[in-house]
Design a protein around this ligand. Structure first.
Ligand code: SLL
Length: 216
């Protein structure tokens, strides 16, 4: 699970030492689903922040794999996960967008009440041809499956949530297919009209040529 949580400062508890344009504090992180241990296969995590930050490349060698900062703007964070040497794997890159501002139907309420903004993604790392050492390390920890039931705000992902997402996607897919079919029909009709007009025009031209030939 990776992503960010950002909280706007309330005017009354802004740290006095903060640069005046910093509006939010935020944390970006990489962690196991439901806080499951990932240290048996992750060696370190590198976070590359926007270049407006001092020392934008932050390398975290032990959990929690996270970086906390304050700032004023949103940007894409470049994350690189380095695996244990036994894995013999290249680092894995992720590009979450640091989200500071709420959006959606509750945005206004969230903004007025200085609520934290969560932006997290669940993903699965697949090692398709692991070294034997890596295979043993991964399997000795038991198999990793998406949990059942509700998680927290930083980690809401579960099999139910995945199923709901699949259903939402299927409904939208059907909608798109319907729209496509409609469009296709429209195009076919127009093509028929074009064909008819072209035939009519060819006929008229032929008639005109005939009349001209007769007149000559
Ligand atoms: C934007 N393209 O214009 C983005 C850049 C950069 C945010 C956002 C730095 C804080 C500091 C900070 O918040 N950078 O001064 O250290 O919105």
């Amino acid at each position: 699970v990776y992503g960010s949580v950002a909280t706007p400062f309330r005017p009354e508890n802004r740290p006095a030492t903060l640069p005046p344009d910093h509006t939010h504090k935020w944390t970006v992180m990489v962690k196991g689903a439901r806080d499951g241990d990932v240290t048996h296969f992750i060696k370190k995590v590198q976070f590359k922040l926007h270049e407006t930050y001092a020392n934008p490349v932050r390398t975290i060698e032990s959990p929690p794999f996270e970086v906390s900062e304050t700032g004023w703007g949103e940007f894409e964070i470049q994350i690189k996960i380095y695996f244990i040497p036994e894995a013999n794997e290249k680092p894995c890159s992720l590009f979450p967008f640091l989200t500071l501002h709420p959006y959606g139907p509750d945005a206004e309420e969230q903004r007025t009440n200085f609520r934290p903004v969560f932006s997290f993604t669940y993903d699965e790392l697949i090692f398709s041809e692991p070294t034997e050492a890596m295979f043993n390390i991964l399997t000795s920890k038991g198999s990793v499956v998406l949990p059942v039931g509700k998680g927290g705000e930083m980690d809401p992902f579960s099999r139910e949530v995945e199923q709901q997402e699949i259903e939402r996607l299927n409904i939208k897919l059907l909608e798109v297919q319907g729209l496509l079919a409609e469009r296709r029909e429209g195009i076919e009709e127009k093509e028929k009209k074009i064909k008819a007009l072209k035939e009519e025009r060819a006929k008229k031209l032929a008639e005109k040529a005939e009349q001209e030939a007769a007149a000559a």
